[in-house]
Ligand binder design. Structure first.
Ligand code: ATP
Length: 476
């Protein structure tokens, strides 16, 4: 296949939204929820943002919202995923799946690739949809490489949680991949259970339609307009302003009322047509602080109650620590992992996921397409010290995911990392265009599928799938 005729379909299935489009276009064709509505008495699945909003607003007792992606970021409901991809092809892309190559993504993981999941992807693409060729990209690796960075710390704050992925010399350092369950859904839970809404909105007794509708309407608006991340730990911030107020009061004894605490500034949010909710600035900070200090929020509400807001039935195999702690742990683990073995524990370099004939995971080198197996030392990184790894990661911190759009997030990440790693230079990269940050994974996948040569990516055909199946059956 020549580059001139190159055009692929690119689909990114996030836990909250699915983004799809063509590789020869700058912007995706559609951004739809990674969920659907189904009525009990009807076989039809309702996909699409507006279609789902219309249906969930009715809040009929026979309708329910179902999700497609599990807490690890992998699909768990393959029939429904097939239905979603068919809907995307028919309604938005208006091409047959058999016409164009397909590029999809998987999250980085700290273990070996689950071969059952890869088999399901191949089965869906080759047997069910008859896709001619398929490329599977590792999402954070594609983000880093598409920004021209072969080493980076990718901090993705999405809906289901936060994923931190260290990448050194084009390879995911598996030992440093960290996940927490504190993301946009956790914030939704905090907001709806806060004193401002718990009288208006009984979060304990909602149907899945009501939950989904709230998550995708007023809660999203509330997070983007009302929440603010403080530049330091919230309790320090309170102490700082209180001290400042006392000093001002002493200096202006004649006008004590002018010494106001800025945290008491009022902010209004139009919750319902005739209901305005008023918060103080301190409340905006306090709610957003739950991403950094989730223990305090968990203590206040009882740990066992905290579940993903829009997907309450799913358990999340993730860490219980806040964002700053998560980043710092990831960096330290990556440093220890790489320097102790001189290897990257995840194979070679390049964003495409490669599976050897034995079924273990490795990557292809974007420049040489060399096949490296799991755990083989990468000469470029042999003998690298943990300090060098820290430095590589800290000078390339990429902040992505729509929850990172909350005001003040980037500054707080910089401040917290500089406290934890004071001797290192720190540089962060966060796309300042709101829409681009929301679809950053898709844009990165798009760039990776547009490399100047087809051979730079690892493309699978149906024959590869058959070989993989054969080797799996020999193993069993
Ligand atoms: P994941 O990364 O968990 O797989 P995803 O990639 O589908 O999920 P994103 O689209 O990155 O998730 O993030 C979705 C979350 O971001 C939702 O909780 C949504 O409410 C929230 N969100 C969307 N826009 C904003 C905004 N402007 N400010 C704050 N939060 C936002």
């Amino acid at each position: 296949m020549t580059n001139a005729s190159r055009k692929c379909v690119v689909i990114h299935n996030g836990s909250c939204s699915t983004v799809a489009g063509f590789s020869n276009m700058e912007l995706p064709k559609c951004i739809i929820p990674s969920s659907y509505v189904k009525r009990n008495n009807d076989e039809k699945r309702i996909f699409g943002t507006f279609e789902m909003l219309d249906e969930t607003e009715k809040n009929e007792s026979t309708s329910n919202v179902y999700t497609l992606i599990d807490g690890r970021g992998y699909p768990y409901n393959w029939e429904d995923l097939e239905a979603q991809w068919r809907y995307i092809y028919e309604e938005h892309l208006k091409v047959s799946p058999a016409e164009l190559p397909l590029v999809i993504s998987v999250p980085a993981s700290n273990g070996d690739t689950d071969m059952k999941i890869m088999e399901k992807f191949f089965d869906l693409a080759f047997n069910k949809l008859k896709v001619p060729i398929l490329q599977i990209l590792i999402e954070p690796l594609a983000i880093a490489l598409s920004m021209g960075k072969s080493s980076a710390l990718v901090v993705d704050i999405g809906a289901r949680g936060c994923n931190v992925t260290p990448i050194v010399d084009g390879t995911v350092v598996k030992s440093g991949v960290m996940k927490s369950k504190f993301g946009g859904d956790f914030l939704d839970y905090q907001i709806t259970n806060s004193e401002f809404f718990n009288k208006e909105y009984d979060a304990t007794n909602l149907s899945s339609c009501e939950m989904w509708f709230s998550s995708n309407t007023w809660l999203q608006q509330f997070k983007s307009t009302m929440l603010q991340v403080s530049d330091k730990n919230y309790s320090e911030l309170e102490r700082y302003y209180e001290l400042q107020r006392q000093q001002q009061q002493q200096q202006q004894q004649a006008f004590p009322n002018f010494a106001l605490n800025p945290l008491t500034q009022k902010k209004n949010f139009l919750f319902k047509k005739s209901k305005t909710v008023t918060l103080e600035l301190r409340d905006s900070y306090k709610l957003a602080e739950s991403l950094f200090e989730p223990k305090d929020a968990l203590k206040a509400q009882g740990e066992s109650q905290v579940q993903s807001h829009s997907q309450p039935h799913l358990q999340q195999p993730a860490s219980n620590i806040g964002l700053s702690e998560l980043m710092s742990k990831s960096i330290r683990k990556a440093g220890a992992g790489v320097s102790s073995t001189g290897t990257l524990g995840g194979g070679g370099t390049g964003a495409s996921l490669t599976l050897n004939e034995k079924g273990s995971q490795h990557n292809t080198n974007a420049s040489s397409n060399s096949q490296l197996t799991n755990g083989v030392a990468n000469p470029a990184t042999s003998g690298i010290t943990s300090e060098q790894v820290y430095s590589l990661l800290l000078t390339n911190v990429i902040i992505t995911g729509a929850t990172s759009l909350i005001a003040g997030m980037e500054q707080r990440i910089i401040n917290d990392l500089s406290i934890r790693f004071p001797q290192y230079k720190l540089t962060t990269y966060a796309n300042q265009i709101m829409m681009d940050r929301k679809v950053q994974s898709w844009i990165a996948m798009n760039s990776m599928s547009n490399l100047p040569n087809w051979e730079l990516g690892k493309w699978y055909t149906k024959q590869d799938f058959d070989l993989l199946k054969q080797s799996q059956s020999h193993k069993n």
